[in-house]
Design a protein around this ligand. Structure first.
Ligand code: C2E
Ligand code: MG
Ligand code: MG
Ligand code: MG
Length: 285
């Protein structure tokens, strides 16, 4: 009896495993098709200076327009692409598209805001990443200064020596580096000085508590003091209210991003914002 029970349990377990593997396989196929059929699109979210609320840059954020399921957010398909190895191709598409759009904005004579591009862990660890990026930049008549690379703390900490090497090449090329979602990873602060980074992006979870939450306030103050002592600039993520913007400006945070200023928008909408070149948010009449 025990033997029979054991066998049933095994069968049940593997059936569930198979269902999950099957679902992953289906999504992987859909993702591969999506790359061929051009179902991805980049949206761009403005980043503003907290001195004058003018746009300093935009962050490119990828979306998947699935024919049946509608818009699928990156939190769903980036991890999948990392698991099934498609991240190289997807990451290349993102860089190429962002470079082409940046070149269009430059050619149109719009204010030269930088374009920040997110790089995920497996993409970061691929050999040839630097050469690939350098070629896309050159092919589009850009310079590395036109772009920013966003990485996360965990990517620096997983293999610090290798990360330092890659980041040094990026920085030597002239591209600024931002550490995304700062405060959520497990980096020891003393590590930061050993990496050629230029910006820290304070994670939205800390900004959310401002201005009332004393704990969040203390953490934001500590990050600002440490970053500025290390000569890094700070960008606050997820700013949704005027009160959050005001306290961050008062504390000396350099830049901010969030729904208060603008949601991520299509390139065409961003073009209009850049043409207007005014402080954000744009007041409606
Ligand atoms: P992230 O790089 O930290 O991007 C910020 C996320 O916060 C974006 O979500 C953005 O839409 C959202 N956000 C911005 N302002 C606010 C706000 O005021 N309130 C709230 N609640 N959310 C706000 P999104 O576009 O869904 O992207 C999620 C994550 O997916 C990104 O986090 C990034 O880690 C990853 N990702 C996005 N695009 C790419 C890409 O092209 N390549 C890679 N490797 N990862 C990407
Ligand atoms: Mg980012
Ligand atoms: Mg972020
Ligand atoms: Mg975040």
């Amino acid at each position: 009896r025990a033997k029979a029970k054991g066998r049933n349990a095994t069968q049940f377990f593997s059936a569930e495993m198979n269902a999950r593997a099957y679902e992953d396989l289906l999504m992987s196929k859909a993702l591969r098709d999506a790359l061929e059929r051009d179902q991805f699109i980049l949206h761009y979210q403005p980043c503003v200076s907290l001195v004058d609320n003018r746009m300093t840059g935009v962050e490119a954020l990828v979306r998947w327009h699935h024919p049946e399921q509608g818009v699928i957010p990156p939190s769903t398909f980036i991890p999948l692409a990392e698991r099934n190895g498609l991240i190289g191709q997807l990451g290349h598409w993102v860089f190429r598209e962002a470079c082409e759009q940046t070149a269009r904005w430059r050619m149109a004579g719009l204010p030269p805001v930088r374009v920040a591009i997110n790089v995920s862990a497996r993409q970061f660890n691929r050999r040839g990443l630097i050469q690939e990026i350098a070629k896309l930049i050159a092919d589009n008549g850009l310079t590395p200064r036109d772009l920013h690379m966003e990485i996360t703390e965990s990517m620096m900490m997983e293999n610090p020596e290798r990360a330092q090497e890659v980041l040094r090449s990026v920085a030597e090329m002239g591209m600024d580096i931002a550490v995304d979602d700062f405060g959520t990873g497990h980096s020891s602060l003393s590590y930061l000085k050993d990496f050629p980074i230029h910006y820290l992006k304070i994670d939205r979870s800390f900004v959310m508590g401002l201005p009332e939450d004393q704990g969040a306030l203390a953490i934001v103050k500590a990050i600002l003091a440490m970053a500025h002592n290390l000569n890094l600039k700070v960008i606050a993520e997820g700013v949704e209210t005027a009160a959050q913007r005001d306290i961050l400006a008062e504390l000396g945070c350099d830049e901010a991003q969030g729904y208060f200023f603008s949601r991520p928008r299509r390139a065409s909408e961003l073009t209009r914002l850049l043409e207007a070149n005014q402080a954000l948010p744009v007041k409606s009449h």
